[in-house]
Design a protein around this ligand. Structure first.
Ligand SMILES: Cc1cc2nc3c(=O)[nH]c(=O)nc-3n(C[C@H](O)[C@H](O)[C@H](O)COP(=O)(O)OP(=O)(O)OC[C@H]3O[C@@H](n4cnc5c(N)ncnc54)[C@H](O)[C@@H]3O)c2cc1C
Length: 286
């Protein structure tokens, strides 16, 4: 139903005040780049909004033992400007592709995560790093692995009254990072398919590979059989060529306005060859 009047926005001063308002039926609002669009389209009509974008508990980025803790309300622009994210090139590569400078200035990683779109570019690096979501609610806090947090398009493991406080991103050292998003235009593009990867190469062979695909299944996908099959292979396009079809088959895409399911499957497989081609050029991928 399309809303005709304005919607009330509650400005919470701290986390406990925000949690109280959420438990009364409010809906979290951070940058509004997803939520306002959905409300304008009449796809959502929350009774009132609880602005969480400036809650001190949800702000900032800090280095913690073994990784990074990103406040849910950190914007993509803030993350890209923060020196601590330099050691997370796949996160930076993915965030650079989100929207436009204006969208990156407003949109947050927490909002990208809770929006739970299979095309959510911020999700791909979170899957690759095995991120954990720190959830806060009236009962206290809990941590949920990102793959258990995202349940499907627009669906998460958040319970009523809960919010995402931060995202814990474990470090990954000594690997090469890759991210490529394929779309139908050069700017403001939504992925037809995307592939992110962290690959450890030793003496020209793949020692470990983590892959995450966007826009080819109901959630971001880690094709673990293909990851395992890559181990021990020469880090060259020829060395992995026969896995192209296996990667295509691991996807479960839909056909929509942007691309057919068959096209998405083909692009996913081709991205594996593109990744391998870049492993041979001797660069640490950025
Ligand atoms: C023109 C345009 C281009 C875009 N391009 C891209 C793109 O290239 N790639 C991409 O991935 N996305 C893109 N987006 C989508 C959007 O910008 C991102 O998903 C952004 O990260 C959403 O963050 P936000 O802070 O604006 O979320 P909001 O709109 O504020 O919220 C989104 C959802 O998350 C919930 N939420 C927000 N914060 C919390 C929290 N801390 N705890 C619990 N729930 C919370 C809200 O209730 C809502 O359901 C685009 C959007 C627009 C309008």
């Amino acid at each position: 139903m399309r809303r005709t009047g304005p919607v009330e926005i509650v400005r919470a001063r701290d986390l406990s005040e925000a949690l109280r308002s959420l438990s009364e039926g409010g809906r979290a609002l951070a940058g509004g780049t997803d939520l306002f669009v959905r409300m304008r389209q009449g796809r959502e009509s929350p009774p009132f909004l609880v602005y969480v974008g400036e809650l001190p508990e949800l702000r900032g980025v800090r280095e913690v033992a073994g990784g990074l803790e990103v406040g849910a309300a950190a914007t993509h622009g803030e993350l890209l400007a923060h020196p601590a994210t330099e050691a997370y090139p796949v996160l930076r590569m993915a965030l650079w592709t989100i929207g436009s400078p204006a969208i990156r200035a407003m949109g947050t990683l927490g909002g990208n995560l809770v929006n739970a779109s299979p095309a959510g570019d911020g999700l791909v690096p979170l899957y690759l790093h095995g991120a954990r979501v720190r959830v806060a609610g009236a009962e206290g806090e809990r941590e949920v692995p990102v793959e258990e947090f995202v349940l499907g398009p627009g669906k998460t493991a958040l319970r009523p009254g809960e919010l995402v406080r931060s995202i814990l991103v474990p470090a990954a050292e000594g690997c090469r990072a890759y991210f490529r998003k394929v779309g139908r235009r050069r700017a403001l593009l939504i992925a037809v398919a995307s592939l992110g990867a962290l690959v450890w190469v030793e003496d020209g062979r793949i020692r470990e590979a983590r892959l995450a695909l966007g826009s080819v299944a109901p959630t971001v996908l880690r094709p673990r059989e293909v990851e395992r099959a890559l181990v021990g292979r020469p880090a060259t396009p020829e060395g992995v060529a026969d896995l192209r079809d296996a990667l295509s088959s691991a996807t479960r895409p839909i056909s929509d306005l942007r691309a057919s399911a068959d096209y998405r499957r083909a692009v996913a497989g081709n991205l594996l060859l593109d990744l391998a081609a870049r492993l041979t050029d001797g660069l640490t991928l950025r």
